[in-house]
Design a protein around this ligand. Structure first.
Ligand code: URA
Length: 425
């Protein structure tokens, strides 16, 4: 087998054979195939696609590059959720303890933020003492004793994907549906969850900008999961405007705690409950009521235990950025648009996100929204507050907000986009 013939097959729109796929993934993981050769293959896949048989084999080869975890020793059924990433998407934080409170075991192997979308681990690391890195034994222990664990995926899980994802990130090949689907599903299947709910984001703040692409990604991932014996369901959800009222690490933890306390923004509560119901259904738990578990404090109890089990202090004061800048409404009327991408880039530029994997993030940085689309605003009232420890970044962040919101005359009709756009099972 040689890599040039594999690249030529896909360049010329051919179908990769199972042997070619197994060989190229293994050889790339071992360093026998060079980054520039894998870049050429990834670009050929982005341009010419892969069929369902190729995607399934590619996913299986990435799973086989590392270890597979197993939760069979747990008394409860396992349910996991994966979001394709968005702005203000803190849903994992209230969702994992909520679903645990309803009787499932929730293993959430999560990532860090890259670019304008935030990462769950960065958010939780703003809680003093909280540790993302757990050994497999520690992870199982936290899951078994608290019902939920949110931690970093170990290096042993789908190492081919780790290497390939980093390469795609710097070669303009992230946005290929076969590569996104196989990347996400190889990690989820290797993780060993019994059921999986996918939150496929659609809109300006998401990878998938239109609903047709999102449907194709969702169908591909649901097919991969189902064929591997994982009960898999996808919700397509709106990411044209930020979720909730915050984008930024500690800001989003604070909002998540509000949701766990029975309050919080309506869109975050609605999506948390919708995903919880899907997870419980997929896990075969029929008689639980997630709304009740938020209202009666049992989800909050599980959150506190989960955070403490990973060294965090659930009562600690969260970090606050040193400097604030308020953006005001330019005129009175109805806020008809607030673009997720612009807000995400602003939060990132303020220090909430990173440009390279190794960059640090600021815990307190981000954007706090004071109005959402559909709200009536008065000229001069605060629309959003920018938070950062590095005030020299304000102008840079403000530049990304130019043209990201519209205020229409009072009385202008406004119809809200639903949060859940479609369901694919
Ligand atoms: N998240 C992943 O894990 N992989 C991708 O390719 C895109 C998003």
């Amino acid at each position: 087998m040689d890599v040039i013939s594999v690249i030529r097959t896909k360049r010329d729109r051919g179908e990769l054979s199972p042997e070619q796929i197994d060989w190229v993934i293994d050889a790339y993981t071992r360093g026998v195939v060079a980054d520039e050769q894998m870049s050429a293959l990834a670009m050929a896949i982005l341009l010419n696609g892969m069929n369902r048989t190729e995607i399934a084999r590619w996913t299986a080869a990435m799973i086989a590059s590392g270890e597979r975890m197993n939760f069979d020793s747990l008394a409860r059924p396992t349910a996991d959720k994966h979001s394709t990433g968005g702005v203000g998407d803190k849903i994992t934080l209230p969702l994992a303890p909520l679903v645990a409170a309803c009787g499932a075991a929730v293993p959430q192997l999560s990532g860090r933020g890259l670019g304008h979308t935030g990462g769950t681990l960065d958010k939780l690391e703003s809680i003093p003492g909280w540790r993302a890195l757990l050994s497999n034994e520690e992870m199982l222990h936290v899951l078994d004793t608290t019902g939920a664990v949110i931690c970093a995926a170990g290096d042993g899980l789908a190492p081919a994907d780790k290497k390939l994802y980093a390469l795609r990130d710097v070669t303009g090949t992230v946005e290929a549906i076969p590569l996104i689907a196989s990347s996400i599903m190889s990690k989820k299947i290797a993780e060993g969850t019994g059921s999986l709910v996918l939150d496929v984001k659609v809109g300006t703040g998401a990878f998938m900008k239109n609903i047709e692409d999102a449907r194709e990604l969702a169908r591909t991932m649901v097919g991969l999961g189902t064929d591997s014996g994982v009960k898999t369901v996808a919700l397509l959800t709106d990411m044209s405007t930020p979720l909730g009222l915050t984008a930024g690490n500690a800001l989003e933890v604070r909002e998540s705690v509000e949701v766990l306390a029975g309050g919080g923004p309506a869109d975050v509560v609605e999506l948390t409950i919708a995903l919880a119901k899907e997870m419980l259904d997929a896990a075969g738990i029929k008689d639980a009521d997630p709304a009740k578990a938020l209202a009666d404090g049992s989800a909050m109890d599980h959150w506190r235990r989960m955070i403490a089990a990973q060294g965090g202090d659930p009562d600690a004061t969260l970090p606050v950025a040193r400097e604030q800048h308020v953006v005001t409404a330019p005129e009175s009327g109805v806020l008809t648009r607030l673009d997720a991408y612009g807000v995400g880039v602003a939060a990132w530029r303020l220090g909430a996100g990173r440009a390279r994997k190794e960059d640090p993030v600021q815990a307190g940085a981000g954007v706090e929204l004071h109005a959402k689309p559909g709200d009536t605003v008065t000229a001069g009232q605060p629309l959003m507050t920018l938070h950062t420890d590095t005030p020299e970044k304000f102008d840079y962040a403000l530049a990304s907000l130019a043209g990201t919101y519209d205020v229409a005359p009072a009385g202008t009709a406004f119809s809200a986009t639903p949060i859940v756009l479609d369901r694919i099972a």
